[in-house]
Design a protein around this ligand. Structure first.
Ligand code: UDP
Length: 476
C-alpha cells in the first residue's frame, strides 16, 4: 500500500437512488472535511440517466467505477428487488476483489464501505486485505437495531411477524407492530426472508463499524442505546442527516431527461408560501391503479395545492423495473380519473416519473410532503422543515412510518384503508396545521434545528464522523 498521499476510501452502492445518493454524500463529506479521496463502485445494472447524472456531478477527488456486468438471467422473473441486488453483488465479488487489490497497491486505501444489500462485499474487502470494513446504513437507527437483533428474533418468534398480537420490542425503539416489520420478513417461505437473515449475520460478523445516516433527535432512545460501546458489537456512528443540498442537485442533476425540472419549480414560484403538498413515492414506488385513483380524488377533495410525481401504476410497471430506472414505462396520465387534470389545473402540477426533490422541498411554496417514507425522503423533509403525511409501501417504509408518526411525531400516518375521504382529511389537517397537523409542524421545526445543530462544528454528527476517521487513520 502507498503510505503517503490522502487517505482513500472505497465504497460500494447497491442499486437504487436511496443507496447511491447518501453514499455519494458521505464520500463528498470525507473529501471536504478530511481531505480523503474515494472510489464509488456501482453495478452494471445501475446506468439510468438519473444515476449517471449523480455520478457525473461528483467532485474530482471522487471517482466512480462501474463493475463489469454479471449474468442474472437464471433468476426467476418475479425475484424480489432485495434478491436481485444482493445476487448482483455476490456475483460481482471476484471482479471487486481484484479491483480492490489494485486500489490497495496504488492508493493509501484505509477503508471499504458498503451498504446493507452489499454486505457480502465485506468479504471481498477482507480477501483483498483492506484493513477496515464498514457498513453504511442509509437507514434509521431503528433499522440498524433490527439488523443487529434479527438472527435471534427469527428464532424467538417462530411464526409470521404479520400474525403477532404483541408488537416487536427492540431496545430503545418504538414498539413495532408485526405487520409493520420490513416487507421481506413478512413471509418465511420467501427467499428474501432467508436473505435478510443471512445479510444481517454477515454484517454482524464482518463489519468493523456501522455508519448510520440518522441523528439523535429523531430517535433519541435508540441513539442512546446504540451509541453505548458494547462488547462484541462494532461501534455505531450516527453521522446524519447526509443529504444533497439544493445547489449541488441543481436543475439538471438527478433529473430525468424527458421531464424538464425547471417547469415544476417555475410553477412553485407562482404559489403562495407553504401552500403546496409535494406527493412522491421515491425512486421505485408506485401505487396500484385503484389507489392512484383514490389519491387523485383525495387531493382534489382536499382543495389543497399539490405537486405530484406521477408514475404508472404498480400493476403495470414492476417495482424492480422502476427501481433500476425511475422513468415510467407507460404514460401515467391515462390512469387518472376522467377530467381530473382539467378540474385541478389551477391547483395541481403533475410531473411524470421524477422531480428535483431537494429543490422542491427547499422551495418556500412547499408546506407538506405526502411520502412513501423512504429514509432519504424523510431526512430531506426534516432538513427542510417540511411536515409529512406517511403512506408507506414496501421494504422498511412501514417501520419508518411507525417511528416517524408514533415515535418522533413528525408525520400523520394514513390509515390502512385509504380512500379519497381519509386522504383528503389527512392532507387538509397537515396543510391547515389543525389538531395533529399543528403538533407535527412544531415537531418538524424542532427536528430541523436539531439536524442543523448536529452538523455544525462540534455537533453530534460531525463529531461522530471525526471520531470514525480518527479511528481509521489512527489504526493504519
Ligand atoms: N428522488 C428525487 N426525485 C424523485 C424521486 C426521488 O430526487 O422524483 C430522490 C429523493 O430525493 C431521495 C431518493 O431519490 O434522495 C429516494 O430515496 P428514498 O430513500 O426516499 O426512497 P427509495 O427510492 O429508496 O424508495
Amino acid at each position: 500500500m502507498k503510505d503517503d498521499g490522502p487517505p482513500h476510501v472505497a465504497m460500494l452502492a447497491t442499486p437504487g437512488m436511496g443507496h447511491l445518493i447518501p453514499l455519494a454524500e458521505l464520500a463528498k463529506r470525507l473529501a471536504a472535511r478530511h481531505g480523503a479521496t474515494a472510489t464509488l463502485f456501482t453495478f452494471a445494472s445501475t446506468a439510468s440517466p438519473t444515476q449517471r447524472s449523480i455520478l457525473a456531478s461528483l467532485p474530482p477527488s471522487i471517482s466512480s467505477h462501474r463493475l463489469p456486468p454479471v449474468d442474472l438471467s437464471d433468476l426467476p422473473r418475479d425475484s424480489l428487488i432485495e434478491t436481485l441486488m444482493s445476487e448482483e453483488c455476490t456475483r460481482s465479488l471476484p471482479a471487486l476483489t481484484g479491483i480492490l487489490g489494485e486500489l490497495k497497491r496504488t492508493t493509501r486505501l484505509v477503508a471499504f464501505v458498503a451498504d446493507f444489500f452489499g454486505a457480502d462485499s465485506l468479504v471481498a474487502a477482507r480477501d483483498a486485505g483492506v484493513a477496515r470494513r464498514c457498513l453504511f446504513m442509509p437507514e434509521s437507527l431503528h433499522a440498524l437495531s433490527l439488523v443487529l437483533h434479527l438472527p435471534e428474533l427469527v428464532v424467538s418468534i417462530p411464526g409470521e411477524f404479520r400474525d403477532l398480537v404483541e408488537p416487536v420490542r427492540l431496545p430503545g425503539c418504538v414498539p413495532i407492530p408485526g405487520p409493520d416489520m420490513i416487507s421481506p420478513l413478512q413471509d418465511r417461505s420467501s427467499p428474501a426472508y432467508g436473505l435478510m437473515v443471512r445479510l444481517a449475520e454477515r454484517c454482524r460478523a464482518e463489519a468493523d463499524a456501522f455508519l448510520i445516516n440518522s441523528f439523535d433527535a429523531v430517535e433519541p432512545e435508540a441513539a442512546k442505546v446504540l451509541r453505548q460501546p458494547t462488547p462484541r458489537r462494532p461501534p455505531v456512528y450516527p453521522i446524519g442527516p447526509l443529504i444533497r443540498t439544493a445547489e449541488c442537485s441543481g436543475a439538471n442533476a438527478a433529473a430525468a431527461p424527458h421531464s424538464p425540472p425547471a417547469a415544476c419549480l417555475e410553477w412553485l414560484d407562482e404559489q403562495p408560501a407553504r401552500s403546496v403538498i409535494f406527493v412522491s413515492f421515491g425512486s421505485g414506488g408506485a401505487l396500484p391503479a385503484e389507489q392512484m385513483r383514490e389519491l387523485a380524488l383525495g387531493l382534489e377533495l382536499s382543495e389543497q395545492r399539490f405537486l405530484w410525481v406521477l408514475r404508472s401504476p404498480s400493476d403495470e410497471d414492476s417495482l424492480s423495473d422502476n427501481y433500476y430506472d425511475a422513468a415510467s414505462k407507460k404514460d401515467p396520465f391515462v390512469y387518472l380519473p376522467g377530467g381530473f387534470v382539467e378540474r385541478t389545473k389551477k391547483t395541481g402540477f403533475l410531473v411524470p416519473s421524477w422531480a428535483p426533490q431537494i429543490q422542491v422541498l427547499a422551495h418556500k411554496a412547499t408546506g407538506g410532503f405526502l411520502t412513501h417514507c423512504g429514509w432519504n425522503s424523510i431526512l430531506e423533509s426534516l432538513v427542510h422543515g417540511v411536515p409529512m403525511v406517511a403512506w408507506p409501501l414496501f421494504a422498511e417504509q412501514r417501520l419508518n412510518a411507525v417511528m416517524l408518526s408514533e415515535g418522533a411525531g413528525a408525520a400523520i400516518r394514513l390509515p390502512e384503508v385509504k380512500d379519497k375521504e381519509t386522504i383528503a382529511a389527512a392532507v387538509r389537517k397537515l396543510m391547515a396545521g389543525e389538531g395533529k397537523g399543528a403538533v407535527v409542524r412544531a415537531k418538524v421545526a424542532e427536528l430541523q434545528n436539531a439536524a442543523a445543530e448536529g452538523l455544525r462544528e462540534g455537533g453530534a454528527a460531525t463529531s461522530s464522523l471525526d471520531q470514525f476517521v480518527e479511528n481509521l487513520v489512527g489504526e493504519e
